[in-house]
Design a protein around this ligand. Structure first.
Ligand SMILES: [Zn+2]
Ligand SMILES: [Zn+2]
Length: 285
């Protein structure tokens, strides 16, 4: 697994790679635009080229973007739903300009409580976004399972992919957030929990679909449906849990990205370092 962090682009897109290098990243995740707003000025061809050029001259082996939090592909509100898939298409276009390897998105909420209806609504939105944006791989992220959020586990993500895979398989995969899975009830402090989740993904989504692992520890106990990230080894998943992650060969092709709060550069420097030490102790190289 390449190891890295979600890094800020506040100082500029190429500068985000300068920072990533100083904290030891081999992979990064960035927001292609403000995550809290619908609107943003377009990503210019020059900005995209400057980022791609800087990346070429770096040791960063994997780049993904994360979409805005407002996107809700499961919404029953037609206006919000359309706004969401159009925003998703825009995110894919921005990611393509930046030469990103993938784009991670949350699927949103669906109040129907019906797995099939929720999956169909989301799949319809994803399909329209993929038809609109000509390129880019989209990874659907699992959620902590609070309220009516969709995508808590392998079954829900698999239900969406199952609808779309006939036509769009090459452009679709999943992102496994360890804090979210742990919060949703898979106890990732144990090898059994990891095995259950990754085996579930393999069964419901197919093999080799995991492009990114958000390697976040959890501040709350497993199954509490509370999404609060903790530094790697400092939460209820713990170092033993992340050792299990590195021990699973099905995750070895995925990039491990930490999404931490705290002071820069320590939050990234330390978490990347801890993960690298755990990887070095595993059979993975
Ligand atoms: Zn996310
Ligand atoms: Zn995440």
């Amino acid at each position: 697994m390449l190891i890295g962090a979600h890094v800020s682009v506040a100082a500029g897109f190429p500068q985000s790679i300068d920072y990533a290098e100083t904290v030891g990243c081999e992979a990064i995740q960035v927001f292609a635009k403000s995550p809290q707003q619908w609107r943003a000025k377009p990503t210019s061809a020059e900005t995209g080229a400057a980022f791609r050029d800087r990346r070429e001259r770096s040791g960063i082996g994997f780049v993904c973007t994360h979409t805005a939090y407002l996107i809700n592909l499961g919404s029953e509100d037609d206006a919000l739903w359309e706004r969401s898939w159009r925003a998703l298409a825009d995110e894919l276009d921005r990611a393509a300009l930046m030469g990103a390897d993938a784009t991670v998105t949350h699927t949103g909420t669906n109040r129907s409580g019906d797995l099939e209806a929720g999956a169909r609504r989301i799949a319809d939105g994803v399909r329209l976004a993929l038809e609109t944006a000509p390129a880019g791989v989209l990874l659907l992220e699992n959620t902590a399972g609070a309220g009516s959020t969709f995508g808590t586990g392998p079954e829900e993500l698999g239900a969406v992919l199952g609808i779309l895979d006939v036509q769009w398989k090459e452009r679709l995969g999943v992102c496994l957030d360890s804090c979210h899975a742990h919060a949703a009830g898979w106890d990732l402090s144990t090898p059994v929990g990891w095995h259950a989740f990754t085996t579930g993904l393999e069964r419901c989504c197919g093999a080799d679909r995991i492009g990114v692992v958000h390697a976040n520890d959890s501040a709350y106990a497993a199954g509490q449906h509370r999404d609060r990230h903790a530094w790697v080894g400092a939460g209820t998943i713990g170092t033993a849990g992340f050792e299990s992650m590195f021990a699973d060969p099905r995750l070895s092709a995925a990039a491990a990205i930490v999404e931490m709060s705290g002071e820069v550069p320590e939050k990234d420097e330390i978490n990347v370092k801890v993960l690298k030490a755990l990887r070095a102790r595993s059979t993975q190289r």
